[in-house]
Design a protein around this ligand. Structure first.
Ligand code: SF4
Length: 356
Protein backbone atom coordinates (compact mmCIF):
# COMPACT_ATOMS: atom_id res chain seq x y z
CA UNK A 1 0.00 0.00 0.00
CA UNK A 2 1.33 3.49 -0.88
CA UNK A 3 0.31 6.77 0.72
CA UNK A 4 -0.12 10.17 -0.88
CA UNK A 5 3.65 10.70 -0.91
CA UNK A 6 4.03 7.42 -2.78
CA UNK A 7 5.78 5.78 0.12
CA UNK A 8 5.19 2.04 0.57
CA UNK A 9 3.73 0.73 3.82
CA UNK A 10 5.87 -2.02 5.38
CA UNK A 11 3.97 -3.38 8.40
CA UNK A 12 1.41 -5.16 6.21
CA UNK A 13 3.98 -7.16 4.24
CA UNK A 14 4.97 -10.80 4.76
CA UNK A 15 8.74 -11.54 4.74
CA UNK A 16 8.89 -12.38 1.01
CA UNK A 17 6.82 -9.30 0.16
CA UNK A 18 9.05 -7.16 2.40
CA UNK A 19 12.12 -8.48 0.56
CA UNK A 20 10.51 -7.50 -2.76
CA UNK A 21 9.62 -4.04 -1.49
CA UNK A 22 13.15 -3.46 -0.21
CA UNK A 23 14.83 -4.87 -3.34
CA UNK A 24 15.56 -1.40 -4.86
CA UNK A 25 17.74 -0.69 -1.79
CA UNK A 26 19.70 -3.92 -2.46
CA UNK A 27 19.02 -5.14 1.07
CA UNK A 28 20.57 -8.54 1.98
CA UNK A 29 18.23 -11.26 3.28
CA UNK A 30 19.43 -11.00 6.88
CA UNK A 31 18.58 -7.27 6.90
CA UNK A 32 15.06 -8.01 5.66
CA UNK A 33 14.63 -10.43 8.56
CA UNK A 34 15.99 -7.81 10.96
CA UNK A 35 13.46 -5.24 9.73
CA UNK A 36 10.60 -7.76 9.88
CA UNK A 37 11.50 -8.53 13.50
CA UNK A 38 11.64 -4.82 14.36
CA UNK A 39 8.15 -4.42 12.90
CA UNK A 40 6.49 -7.54 14.29
CA UNK A 41 8.39 -8.55 17.43
CA UNK A 42 9.59 -5.19 18.74
CA UNK A 43 6.70 -3.40 17.00
CA UNK A 44 8.50 -0.12 16.48
CA UNK A 45 6.65 2.58 14.55
CA UNK A 46 9.62 4.71 13.59
CA UNK A 47 12.60 3.62 11.51
CA UNK A 48 14.81 5.71 13.82
CA UNK A 49 14.22 3.10 16.53
CA UNK A 50 15.78 0.32 14.43
CA UNK A 51 19.08 0.92 16.16
CA UNK A 52 21.06 -1.94 14.67
CA UNK A 53 20.70 -0.40 11.19
CA UNK A 54 23.06 2.34 10.03
CA UNK A 55 21.82 5.91 10.28
CA UNK A 56 22.04 6.36 6.51
CA UNK A 57 20.02 3.18 5.89
CA UNK A 58 17.36 4.29 8.37
CA UNK A 59 17.12 7.59 6.53
CA UNK A 60 16.78 5.76 3.20
CA UNK A 61 13.95 3.72 4.70
CA UNK A 62 12.32 6.86 6.07
CA UNK A 63 12.43 8.50 2.65
CA UNK A 64 10.84 5.65 0.75
CA UNK A 65 8.65 3.74 3.20
CA UNK A 66 6.32 4.25 6.13
CA UNK A 67 4.86 2.19 8.98
CA UNK A 68 1.11 2.40 9.41
CA UNK A 69 -0.05 3.47 12.83
CA UNK A 70 -3.60 4.40 13.84
CA UNK A 71 -3.93 6.62 16.90
CA UNK A 72 -6.13 6.43 19.96
CA UNK A 73 -8.96 8.93 19.61
CA UNK A 74 -10.96 7.89 22.65
CA UNK A 75 -10.61 5.28 25.36
CA UNK A 76 -13.15 3.98 27.88
CA UNK A 77 -11.88 1.82 30.73
CA UNK A 78 -14.27 -0.28 32.79
CA UNK A 79 -14.29 0.24 36.55
CA UNK A 80 -15.76 -3.26 37.02
CA UNK A 81 -13.19 -5.38 35.21
CA UNK A 82 -10.16 -4.57 33.10
CA UNK A 83 -12.02 -4.19 29.82
CA UNK A 84 -10.96 -1.20 27.72
CA UNK A 85 -12.81 0.05 24.69
CA UNK A 86 -10.86 2.05 22.09
CA UNK A 87 -11.91 4.36 19.32
CA UNK A 88 -9.02 4.43 16.86
CA UNK A 89 -8.43 6.96 14.14
CA UNK A 90 -6.80 5.72 10.96
CA UNK A 91 -4.34 7.85 9.00
CA UNK A 92 -7.09 9.00 6.61
CA UNK A 93 -9.26 10.19 9.53
CA UNK A 94 -11.71 7.27 9.54
CA UNK A 95 -12.47 5.74 12.94
CA UNK A 96 -13.01 2.13 14.06
CA UNK A 97 -13.42 0.43 17.43
CA UNK A 98 -11.60 -2.31 19.29
CA UNK A 99 -11.92 -3.81 22.75
CA UNK A 100 -9.25 -5.28 25.04
CA UNK A 101 -10.67 -7.96 27.33
CA UNK A 102 -8.88 -9.72 30.17
CA UNK A 103 -9.78 -13.36 30.82
CA UNK A 104 -8.20 -15.82 33.24
CA UNK A 105 -6.44 -17.48 30.27
CA UNK A 106 -5.04 -14.28 28.78
CA UNK A 107 -5.82 -11.03 27.00
CA UNK A 108 -8.09 -10.98 23.96
CA UNK A 109 -8.40 -8.17 21.44
CA UNK A 110 -11.69 -7.76 19.60
CA UNK A 111 -10.79 -5.78 16.49
CA UNK A 112 -12.52 -4.22 13.48
CA UNK A 113 -11.91 -5.35 9.91
CA UNK A 114 -13.72 -2.62 7.96
CA UNK A 115 -14.64 1.04 8.35
CA UNK A 116 -18.39 0.48 8.55
CA UNK A 117 -20.22 -2.49 7.12
CA UNK A 118 -22.59 -3.13 4.26
CA UNK A 119 -24.33 -6.19 5.68
CA UNK A 120 -27.20 -4.18 7.15
CA UNK A 121 -28.01 -6.27 10.25
CA UNK A 122 -30.94 -4.57 11.94
CA UNK A 123 -29.61 -4.81 15.50
CA UNK A 124 -26.19 -3.33 14.66
CA UNK A 125 -24.98 0.21 15.35
CA UNK A 126 -22.62 0.07 12.35
CA UNK A 127 -25.19 -1.00 9.78
CA UNK A 128 -27.04 2.32 9.21
CA UNK A 129 -23.79 4.07 8.31
CA UNK A 130 -22.87 1.61 5.56
CA UNK A 131 -19.42 0.60 4.38
CA UNK A 132 -16.76 3.27 3.94
CA UNK A 133 -13.77 1.07 3.11
CA UNK A 134 -11.85 -2.07 3.98
CA UNK A 135 -9.09 -1.97 6.58
CA UNK A 136 -5.64 -3.12 5.52
CA UNK A 137 -3.75 -5.88 7.31
CA UNK A 138 -1.46 -3.23 8.82
CA UNK A 139 -4.46 -1.33 10.19
CA UNK A 140 -5.71 -4.51 11.85
CA UNK A 141 -2.29 -5.21 13.39
CA UNK A 142 -2.10 -1.57 14.47
CA UNK A 143 -5.23 -1.98 16.61
CA UNK A 144 -3.48 -4.71 18.63
CA UNK A 145 -0.15 -2.87 18.78
CA UNK A 146 -1.74 0.23 20.30
CA UNK A 147 -3.30 -1.86 23.08
CA UNK A 148 -0.06 -3.69 23.76
CA UNK A 149 1.91 -0.45 23.87
CA UNK A 150 -0.03 0.49 27.02
CA UNK A 151 0.75 -2.67 29.01
CA UNK A 152 3.81 -4.62 30.12
CA UNK A 153 5.16 -7.37 27.85
CA UNK A 154 3.58 -10.18 29.91
CA UNK A 155 0.12 -8.65 29.43
CA UNK A 156 0.27 -8.60 25.66
CA UNK A 157 -2.70 -9.70 23.60
CA UNK A 158 -2.67 -13.50 23.31
CA UNK A 159 -5.94 -14.04 21.43
CA UNK A 160 -7.86 -12.15 18.77
CA UNK A 161 -11.51 -12.11 17.80
CA UNK A 162 -12.59 -10.54 14.51
CA UNK A 163 -15.93 -9.36 15.83
CA UNK A 164 -15.60 -5.59 15.80
CA UNK A 165 -16.94 -3.31 13.06
CA UNK A 166 -17.18 -4.97 9.65
CA UNK A 167 -17.77 -8.37 8.11
CA UNK A 168 -14.32 -10.03 7.96
CA UNK A 169 -15.18 -12.26 5.01
CA UNK A 170 -16.26 -9.19 3.03
CA UNK A 171 -12.61 -8.06 3.31
CA UNK A 172 -11.24 -11.51 2.59
CA UNK A 173 -7.76 -10.84 1.15
CA UNK A 174 -6.75 -8.27 3.76
CA UNK A 175 -8.06 -10.44 6.60
CA UNK A 176 -6.12 -13.44 5.26
CA UNK A 177 -2.99 -11.29 5.01
CA UNK A 178 -3.53 -10.14 8.60
CA UNK A 179 -3.91 -13.76 9.79
CA UNK A 180 -0.73 -14.80 7.97
CA UNK A 181 1.18 -11.92 9.54
CA UNK A 182 -0.23 -12.61 12.98
CA UNK A 183 0.81 -16.26 12.84
CA UNK A 184 4.12 -15.76 11.00
CA UNK A 185 6.83 -17.60 12.96
CA UNK A 186 9.46 -14.91 12.27
CA UNK A 187 7.12 -12.30 13.76
CA UNK A 188 4.28 -12.47 16.27
CA UNK A 189 3.89 -16.25 15.99
CA UNK A 190 0.34 -16.27 17.40
CA UNK A 191 -1.35 -19.65 17.02
CA UNK A 192 -4.50 -19.26 14.96
CA UNK A 193 -6.15 -21.56 17.49
CA UNK A 194 -6.38 -18.38 19.54
CA UNK A 195 -8.18 -16.51 16.78
CA UNK A 196 -11.94 -16.45 16.15
CA UNK A 197 -13.39 -15.09 12.93
CA UNK A 198 -17.04 -14.13 13.16
CA UNK A 199 -19.22 -13.97 10.06
CA UNK A 200 -22.84 -13.15 9.35
CA UNK A 201 -22.82 -15.96 6.79
CA UNK A 202 -21.17 -15.22 3.42
CA UNK A 203 -21.41 -18.79 2.14
CA UNK A 204 -18.96 -18.65 -0.82
CA UNK A 205 -16.32 -17.10 1.45
CA UNK A 206 -16.88 -19.76 4.12
CA UNK A 207 -16.26 -22.36 1.37
CA UNK A 208 -13.11 -20.50 0.33
CA UNK A 209 -11.88 -20.22 3.91
CA UNK A 210 -12.34 -23.97 4.43
CA UNK A 211 -9.71 -24.55 1.72
CA UNK A 212 -7.08 -22.31 3.36
CA UNK A 213 -6.15 -24.89 5.99
CA UNK A 214 -6.15 -22.39 8.87
CA UNK A 215 -6.64 -23.57 12.45
CA UNK A 216 -8.82 -20.64 13.46
CA UNK A 217 -12.29 -20.88 14.97
CA UNK A 218 -15.12 -19.89 12.67
CA UNK A 219 -18.09 -18.37 14.44
CA UNK A 220 -21.36 -17.88 12.57
CA UNK A 221 -23.93 -15.33 13.74
CA UNK A 222 -27.29 -17.08 13.43
CA UNK A 223 -29.67 -15.07 15.61
CA UNK A 224 -32.74 -16.81 14.26
CA UNK A 225 -33.75 -20.35 13.34
CA UNK A 226 -36.08 -19.57 10.44
CA UNK A 227 -35.51 -17.84 7.15
CA UNK A 228 -38.28 -15.26 7.28
CA UNK A 229 -37.27 -13.98 10.72
CA UNK A 230 -33.55 -14.17 9.96
CA UNK A 231 -33.96 -12.30 6.68
CA UNK A 232 -35.81 -9.57 8.55
CA UNK A 233 -32.91 -9.26 11.03
CA UNK A 234 -30.04 -9.99 8.66
CA UNK A 235 -30.49 -9.15 4.98
CA UNK A 236 -27.57 -11.47 4.08
CA UNK A 237 -29.99 -14.35 4.73
CA UNK A 238 -31.95 -13.46 1.58
CA UNK A 239 -28.91 -14.31 -0.49
CA UNK A 240 -27.62 -17.21 1.60
CA UNK A 241 -30.53 -18.78 3.49
CA UNK A 242 -30.12 -21.07 6.47
CA UNK A 243 -30.04 -24.37 4.55
CA UNK A 244 -27.10 -23.14 2.45
CA UNK A 245 -25.36 -21.54 5.41
CA UNK A 246 -25.59 -24.59 7.66
CA UNK A 247 -24.53 -26.90 4.81
CA UNK A 248 -21.43 -24.69 4.40
CA UNK A 249 -20.77 -25.00 8.16
CA UNK A 250 -20.97 -28.81 7.90
CA UNK A 251 -18.55 -28.77 4.95
CA UNK A 252 -16.22 -26.47 6.83
CA UNK A 253 -16.07 -28.99 9.67
CA UNK A 254 -15.48 -31.91 7.31
CA UNK A 255 -12.65 -30.10 5.52
CA UNK A 256 -10.92 -28.50 8.52
CA UNK A 257 -11.81 -30.81 11.42
CA UNK A 258 -12.82 -27.70 13.33
CA UNK A 259 -16.34 -27.26 14.57
CA UNK A 260 -18.07 -24.03 13.78
CA UNK A 261 -19.52 -22.15 16.74
CA UNK A 262 -22.85 -20.36 16.51
CA UNK A 263 -23.71 -16.98 17.99
CA UNK A 264 -27.25 -16.10 18.92
CA UNK A 265 -28.21 -12.67 20.29
CA UNK A 266 -31.29 -13.19 22.43
CA UNK A 267 -33.81 -10.49 21.52
CA UNK A 268 -37.03 -10.18 23.49
CA UNK A 269 -40.09 -11.12 21.47
CA UNK A 270 -38.01 -11.79 18.33
CA UNK A 271 -36.14 -15.05 18.81
CA UNK A 272 -36.40 -16.08 22.46
CA UNK A 273 -39.47 -18.38 22.53
CA UNK A 274 -39.54 -22.13 23.29
CA UNK A 275 -40.64 -22.63 19.67
CA UNK A 276 -37.54 -20.75 18.43
CA UNK A 277 -35.37 -23.04 20.58
CA UNK A 278 -37.06 -26.11 19.09
CA UNK A 279 -36.56 -24.86 15.53
CA UNK A 280 -32.95 -23.97 16.24
CA UNK A 281 -32.26 -27.46 17.61
CA UNK A 282 -33.85 -29.06 14.52
CA UNK A 283 -31.67 -26.92 12.28
CA UNK A 284 -28.43 -27.59 14.13
CA UNK A 285 -28.66 -31.34 14.88
CA UNK A 286 -27.72 -32.49 11.34
CA UNK A 287 -24.83 -30.06 10.94
CA UNK A 288 -22.28 -32.04 12.98
CA UNK A 289 -23.76 -35.56 13.03
CA UNK A 290 -23.38 -37.45 16.30
CA UNK A 291 -22.38 -34.34 18.25
CA UNK A 292 -24.44 -32.07 20.44
CA UNK A 293 -24.62 -28.67 18.76
CA UNK A 294 -23.31 -25.74 20.74
CA UNK A 295 -24.62 -22.18 20.73
CA UNK A 296 -23.15 -19.07 22.34
CA UNK A 297 -25.95 -16.90 23.61
CA UNK A 298 -25.30 -13.17 23.66
CA UNK A 299 -27.29 -10.88 25.90
CA UNK A 300 -28.11 -8.25 23.27
CA UNK A 301 -26.86 -4.71 23.86
CA UNK A 302 -29.33 -1.88 23.60
CA UNK A 303 -28.63 0.09 20.41
CA UNK A 304 -30.01 3.53 19.89
CA UNK A 305 -32.90 3.61 17.40
CA UNK A 306 -33.12 -0.14 16.79
CA UNK A 307 -35.92 -0.77 19.28
CA UNK A 308 -34.55 -4.19 20.25
CA UNK A 309 -34.54 -5.25 23.91
CA UNK A 310 -32.56 -8.00 25.56
CA UNK A 311 -34.36 -11.29 26.07
CA UNK A 312 -33.43 -13.67 28.90
CA UNK A 313 -30.38 -15.59 27.69
CA UNK A 314 -30.52 -17.81 30.80
CA UNK A 315 -34.13 -18.79 30.06
CA UNK A 316 -33.43 -19.42 26.38
CA UNK A 317 -30.49 -21.58 27.40
CA UNK A 318 -32.88 -23.77 29.39
CA UNK A 319 -35.17 -24.12 26.38
CA UNK A 320 -32.20 -25.15 24.22
CA UNK A 321 -30.91 -27.67 26.72
CA UNK A 322 -34.34 -29.29 26.83
CA UNK A 323 -33.91 -29.75 23.08
CA UNK A 324 -30.45 -31.34 23.42
CA UNK A 325 -28.42 -28.29 22.43
CA UNK A 326 -25.52 -27.11 24.59
CA UNK A 327 -25.52 -23.40 25.18
CA UNK A 328 -23.33 -20.95 27.02
CA UNK A 329 -24.27 -17.43 27.93
CA UNK A 330 -21.44 -15.11 27.00
CA UNK A 331 -20.01 -13.32 30.00
CA UNK A 332 -20.58 -9.63 29.63
CA UNK A 333 -17.38 -7.68 30.19
CA UNK A 334 -17.13 -3.96 30.74
CA UNK A 335 -20.82 -3.49 31.54
CA UNK A 336 -20.26 0.12 32.60
CA UNK A 337 -18.71 0.99 29.21
CA UNK A 338 -21.10 -1.20 27.35
CA UNK A 339 -21.81 0.91 24.31
CA UNK A 340 -22.62 -1.77 21.76
CA UNK A 341 -20.10 -2.39 19.02
CA UNK A 342 -20.07 0.53 16.60
CA UNK A 343 -21.67 3.06 18.93
CA UNK A 344 -18.50 4.98 19.80
CA UNK A 345 -17.83 5.47 16.10
CA UNK A 346 -21.44 6.41 15.49
CA UNK A 347 -21.37 8.98 18.31
CA UNK A 348 -18.07 10.35 17.01
CA UNK A 349 -19.54 10.76 13.51
CA UNK A 350 -22.66 12.45 14.89
CA UNK A 351 -20.48 14.87 16.91
CA UNK A 352 -18.35 15.53 13.84
CA UNK A 353 -21.40 16.21 11.68
CA UNK A 354 -23.05 18.51 14.20
CA UNK A 355 -19.80 20.53 14.60
CA UNK A 356 -19.23 20.92 10.87
S1 SF4 B 1 -23.50 -7.22 12.91
FE1 SF4 B 1 -21.52 -7.42 11.88
S2 SF4 B 1 -22.05 -8.11 9.79
FE2 SF4 B 1 -23.94 -7.27 10.69
S3 SF4 B 1 -23.97 -5.12 10.06
FE3 SF4 B 1 -22.98 -5.19 12.08
S4 SF4 B 1 -20.78 -5.30 11.64
FE4 SF4 B 1 -21.89 -5.85 9.76
Amino acid sequence: MSNANQKTELLGLLPAQLADALAPLKVPAYRVQQIFRWLHQRRVKDFAEMTDLSKQFRMDLQNQFYINQPKIKQKLASCIDNTVKYLYQMQDGNCVEAVRMVYHHGVTACISTQVGCRMGCKFCASAPLGLVRNLTAAEMLGQIDLMDAEYPEEERVSGVVLMGIGEPLDNYENVLQFLRLLSCQEGRAMSLRHVTLSTCGLVPKIDQLAKEGLALTLSVSLHSPNDAARSALMPVNRKYPLDQLLAACGDYFRKTGRRVTFEYAVIRGENDSPEAAKQLAQRLRPVFPGMRPHVNLIPVNPVQDTGFCAGSAAQFRKYLEQEGVNATVRRTLGEDIQAACGQLRRNEMQDHNSNS
